[in-house]
Design a binder for this molecule. Sequence first.
Ligand code: AG3
Length: 287
Amino acid sequence: MAKENLPFFFEEFVAGGNVSTKYRLSKIDFSKQSPIQKIDVFSTPDLGKVLVMDGMVQLNERWEFTYHEMIAHVPLFSHSNPESVLVIGGGDGGTVREILKHRSVKRVDLVEIDPDVIKTCKEYFPSVASKIMDPSVSIYNEDGKNFVAKKKNEYDVIIVDSTDPYKGAGNSLFTEEFYSSCREALKDDGVISVQAENPVYDSKEMERCFREIKKAFPIVKPYISFVPMYPSGFWVFVYASKNVDPSFKGDESRIKALDGTLIYYNRKIHDAAFVLPSFLERLMSLI
Ligand code: AG3
């Protein structure tokens, strides 16, 4: 279809409305106000379908691998034998899809507060939600903070694939209290990764995440990825653990087993992701 025949736009605003990313849409596929949030699905000419929650892009089909591979494989390959994994948020299934590429993984608990996110993604994003109904996955529609508080010494890896911390559910996940519960829910050699926003438009929230998780874990290392689907395209994650450093564990054969399934993550990226630009290194060192 010619561009001039596509009259719809979606605009995601950041910086208090001073900056935006504007998407030309070919179709509005779905819109719903769930009890938790507004969920929209749009089709675009260049990026495939886009999932938007409360006005903020959560993923597009074209670039979601950059985020999902990096939130999942960095902690999974930092652990020598991940078997039990907990995902908080992540109802689109992208993180679960990456986790299940690891043959050592026996069970995944997925705690997504909003059942409508799962339902919508199963219908509109089959390539992202492809493994969400796998028999090794148990889905809980609960608040992640309450769920994890009941768990002790149970998981090898926890991945916090949350929304932005500007509203209820996402907000309570950027706290020392939540990270301390995660610490208790992890086994002694367990590791955790969390999405920590970006240093360009959400620096305060990124700093808050880092500050709070540092109160709960002795080993805390931020790492970065290009994530072109989010504001600024520059995304920060935080790795943490009680006593495991974030080095790649095992040999190349572990990564070979995933051959042909990875589009972003590789052995060199694992190490390189922890190398920060000076301004970010300075900022994090002051916290
Ligand atoms: N969770 C992180 C979304 C952050 C997007 N922020 C924004 N667009 N301002 C995404 C969930 C993907 N599994």
